[in-house]
Write a protein that binds this ligand. Sequence first.
Ligand SMILES: Cc1cc2nc3c(=O)[nH]c(=O)nc-3n(C[C@H](O)[C@H](O)[C@H](O)COP(=O)(O)O)c2cc1C
Length: 249
Amino acid sequence: MSLKRQGQLQCQNFLFLKRSFLKEGIFVLMAQPGLCKLRGLALRKNKLNIKMKILHLISSPQGEASISIKLGNAIVEKLMQANPDSEVTVRNLTEQPYPHLQASHITSFFTPAEFFGPEHQEGARLSDAAIAQVLDTDVLVIGAPMYNYGIHTSLKSWIDQVVRVQKTVSFSESGSQGLIVGKKIYIAITTGAVFTEGYYKQFDFIEPYLRAVFALIGITDVTVYRAEGLNIPGVRETAFEKAVESIAV
Ligand SMILES: Cc1cc2nc3c(=O)[nH]c(=O)nc-3n(C[C@H](O)[C@H](O)[C@H](O)COP(=O)(O)O)c2cc1C
């Protein structure tokens, strides 16, 4: 990973206050506290090893048979190779699901803090926790297997808890403003058909949807890796290996 890339990874808004130059000619970018984080930066010869917090979200119910979990693991592995001091948290959204969005959640999300009662606190509890976990993470690796042209409902439920007015997105007359800064997302999309070209390209809803919803909350540094054609003889045999080879972190 290049220095520029790593800087982008940590601080999308480039609000650097000072740069201190070190012997090897490598510089450390000091970030304004609270706006972006450079955590535990360790220097190796000609190589930066950033101690990152990585959150791997799994949304396939297929366990050991899942290709999106394997592809997500391969992304995490490459991130760890590049930044060995990083720590990884895995959250399997199919085993520990967030509930579907209910009226109690929506009421809490739209109730101003000064009117919050115990019932609103309860309605916002899981959302608060999901958002806190995102804010405490530098890099998200998200497995997004395709089911019936869409994402798995466990991932949708997580998104519905994380996209929240005044917490992760604000709205004004001039439009929406994402409130999350400095995060990087890698998405592992797996599909039975091929969606990057050919007939099914017109039904490629997952990538545009995920890019749009993450941009809404301020995360635009999104890289997608795909293992596609997993149900097509002649394509499926090499689809996963090709996807892994394409990973550049
Ligand atoms: C219930 C179900 C629905 C699926 N729907 C689609 C689909 O709409 N389009 C597609 O290309 N593949 C579809 N697939 C194939 C999956 O995308 C493919 O098996 C992928 O590997 C699933 O990810 P996973 O292995 O991580 O669970 C479907 C598979 C299942 C089991």
